[in-house]
Design a protein around this ligand. Structure first.
Ligand SMILES: C[S@@+](CC[C@H](N)C(=O)[O-])C[C@H]1O[C@@H](n2cnc3c(N)ncnc32)[C@H](O)[C@@H]1O
Length: 294
C-alpha cells in the first residue's frame, strides 16, 4: 500500500469496490466509492474498519491470490519467498511439536504448512470471512477470530509466532500488538513477521514505471484511510519507517535478530497490486523482521 491508493489486498482505488452485505453470497450488492485520504485513525477505528474491509473483500482476495499462495505453502509475501527456502522460523524438522501462533492468517495457508511439519498451529484473524476460507480449504486447524491487539491466550502459550502481512500493517498501535505477542510467547520464543517494505510508502503503488518515482515523504506517518461519505473509515493502513519498526520491537520487549528484504526472483513473473517484477528488481517490496523474546 502507498498513499497513492493501493491496498495490500491488491485492489486499486481506480477500480470500483464492491461492498457485499453480510450473509449474502451473491445478491444484494451495494457499491460506493470510498474517499482515499490521509488522516489519523486510532486503534478502535482501524480495527473496526479493517475487520469490515477484510470480511467484504476476503472472497476476492482468495480468488485473486489463492493460487499464488497455494493451499498449504508458507509464502512470506508477493516476491514468493517460501519458508521452505527461508527457514526464518528455524529448520523445518525443529518445528515438530511446536505451538505456533499465526497472526492475520487469512485462509491459514501458512498454518496448514506448519501442521504438515508436525507443528501445532493456531491461525488467528480478525476477519470471520477469511477464516471461513480457511475452513473451505480444510485441514484440522485451530482457527480463532480475534484482534491481534487483544490475544485470547494465556501467557506463555506458544513457542513461535508468525505473520505474513497480517495485522501489523493495519494496526494503529504496533507496540500493543508486539507486547501481546511477547506475552503469549514462551521465553526464547521467536516472532517473525512480514510487512510492506517501508520505502514503498514514498512511491505510488503502481506496478509499472509510474511506481518508480518518489511521490511522497517516507517520513510522513499519517495513516492512509479510505472513508465512506459520512467520514467513517472503511480501510486503514499505518506506515512505520524502518527505524520506527526497530524501536517498536524493542519497546515490545523483543530483540531483533534479522531483517530480510527478499529480492525479486527470476521465476516470479506475476504482479500483486503494486508489486511487480519491474519494481521488485529495483526497490524492495517486503520487509521481514525476525525477533526473539529473550
Ligand atoms: C494481507 S492479508 C494476509 C493474510 C495471509 N497472511 C496471507 O498471506 O494471505 C492481511 C490479514 O490480516 C488480517 N488482519 C488485519 N488486521 C488485523 C488485526 N488487527 N488482527 C488480526 N488480523 C488482522 C486481515 O483480516 C487479513 O486476513
Amino acid at each position: 500500500m502507498t498513499p497513492e491508493g493501493e491496498r495490500i489486498g491488491g485492489k486499486s482505488t481506480t477500480r470500483e469496490p464492491i461492498i457485499q452485505e453480510p450473509n449474502s453470497s451473491e445478491a444484494a450488492f451495494e457499491t460506493f466509492e470510498p474517499e482515499a485520504t490521509r488522516r489519523q485513525a486510532d486503534v478502535a477505528e482501524s480495527s473496526r474498519a479493517n475487520r469490515g474491509w477484510w470480511d467484504r473483500n476476503a472472497d476476492e482476495y482468495q480468488v485473486e491470490h489463492g493460487t499464488f499462495l497455494g493451499d498449504d505453502r508458507f509464502v512470506w509475501g508477493p516476491e514468493g519467498l517460501d519458508e521452505v527456502e527461508a527457514e526464518l522460523l528455524g529448520p523445518p524438522e525443529d518445528l515438530k511439536g511446536k505451538d505456533v501462533l499465526e497472526i492475520g492468517a487469512g485462509a491459514a495457508q501458512c498454518s496448514r504448512w506448519l501442521a504438515a511439519q508436525g507443528a501445532c498451529p493456531v491461525a488467528l484473524d480478525i476477519s470471520h470471512r477469511q477464516l471461513q476460507h480457511a475452513m473451505r480449504i480444510g485441514g484440522s486447524l485451530h482457527l480463532v477470530c480475534a484482534d491481534a491487539g487483544a490475544l485470547p491466550f494465556a501467557d506463555g502459550s506458544f513457542d513461535l509466532a508468525c505473520s505474513a502481512y497480517g495485522a501489523l500493517p493495519f494496526v494503529a498501535d504496533p507496540v500493543l500488538v508486539l507486547r501481546e505477542v511477547r506475552r503469549v510467547l514462551r521465553p526464547g520464543g521467536r516472532f517473525v513477521f512480514s510487512v510492506t517494505h517501508p520505502i514503498r510508502w514514498a512511491f505510488p503503488d503502481e506496478p509499472g514505471p509510474e511506481g518508480l518515482s518518489v511521490s511522497g515523504s517516507y517520513f510522513d506517518r499519517t495513516p492512509y484511510v479510505e472513508q465512506d461519505d459520512e467520514g467513517r473509515a472503511v480501510y486503514v493502513e499505518h506506515h512505520r519507517t524502518i527505524g520506527d519498526r526497530v524501536r517498536d520491537m524493542v519497546a515490545g520487549g523483543f530483540r531483533l535478530v534479522d531483517l530480510v528484504e527478499p529480492e525479486w526472483p527470476a521465476w516470479n513473473t506475476s504482479e500483486w497490486g503494486g508489486w511487480s517484477p519491474l519494481r521488485g528488481n529495483l526497490i524492495p517490496g517486503s520487509a521481514i523482521f525476525v525477533c526473539v523474546r529473550d
